[in-house]
Design a protein around this ligand. Structure first.
Ligand SMILES: [Zn+2]
Length: 240
């Protein structure tokens, strides 16, 4: 269900103080082939599962949109410029994860208007029984994230691939124990210190999102420090 992403959201400290998180089962990293990582916007894959990608040391990325609508009121960049900037940022982030050679399939769908059927078809072509497919959670609260989650769920059902959903904005609008979240599906991915470092470096490869483009309100950072804090944990979480 689409939910407004507003205010400061749940502080990371509140999540860290929730004992249940430590009890979630650890996801066995037994992927037989490179996982298919699906990103609604450039940076979602890095925030959600960069540590996993670094530890598996292989991945194939499906970039659904170029994220051109991140700053609709920017006085600094046009949408075309933002799309180009964000594509380059993804490439740099992958290099910092040691995945500079990883295949990237750019679908170039419009940011904010994802064609779910076309996406499900594109994912179905690439998936096979048992292959991991990582996608934003179907109920993450952002329309594009939810469309990606639903399309991935369909493609996994058709192909027998393993669906692993990663929350992004859930950490903002939900709170510990929130009954709207299927916590019983949560699994932890424990990051090695090297994977944590690589993830932090990869997040820094997105200056268009983590820093203001300029002084005007329409150029404010999309991912200010209180949001980034949620992605600096020594573990990642997927819903299986
Ligand atoms: Zn996103």
């Amino acid at each position: 269900m689409v939910r407004p992403i507003e205010g400061e959201g749940t502080p990371e400290q509140t999540w860290r103080e929730w004992p249940a998180m430590a009890e979630w089962p650890v996801l066995p990293l037994d992927a037989a082939e490179p996982p298919l990582i699906v990103a609604p916007h450039p940076d979602d894959e890095i925030l959600g599962v960069a540590g996993l990608m670094a530890m598996l040391d292989r991945a194939e990325l499906v970039a659904v949109t170029d994220g051109e609508a991140s700053h609709p009121h920017s006085t600094v960049h046009t949408q075309a410029e933002l799309a180009a900037i964000r594509r380059d940022e993804t490439a740099e982030a992958l290099r910092r994860l040691g995945l500079g050679d990883a295949p990237v399939r750019r679908l170039g769908q419009p940011d904010g208007k994802i064609d779910e059927d076309a996406l499900a078809e594109a994912l179905t072509e690439r998936l096979a029984p048992g292959r991991w497919c990582l996608a934003t959670w179907r109920e993450d609260g952002h329309p594009d994230h939810e469309a990606v989650g639903r399309a991935a769920a369909r493609a996994c059902e058709v192909t027998g691939a393993v669906l692993l959903e990663y929350p992004i904005w859930t950490w903002h609008w939900a709170s510990p124990g929130d009954t709207r979240v299927p916590w019983h599906r949560a699994h932890r991915i424990e990051l090695t210190p090297a994977a944590q470092q690589a993830k932090a470096a990869a997040i820094d490869a997105f200056p268009s999102q983590i820093a203001p483009l300029g002084p005007e309100p329409g150029d404010a950072a999309i991912l200010p420090p209180h949001v980034l804090a949620r992605f600096a944990r020594p573990f990642e979480v997927v819903l299986r």
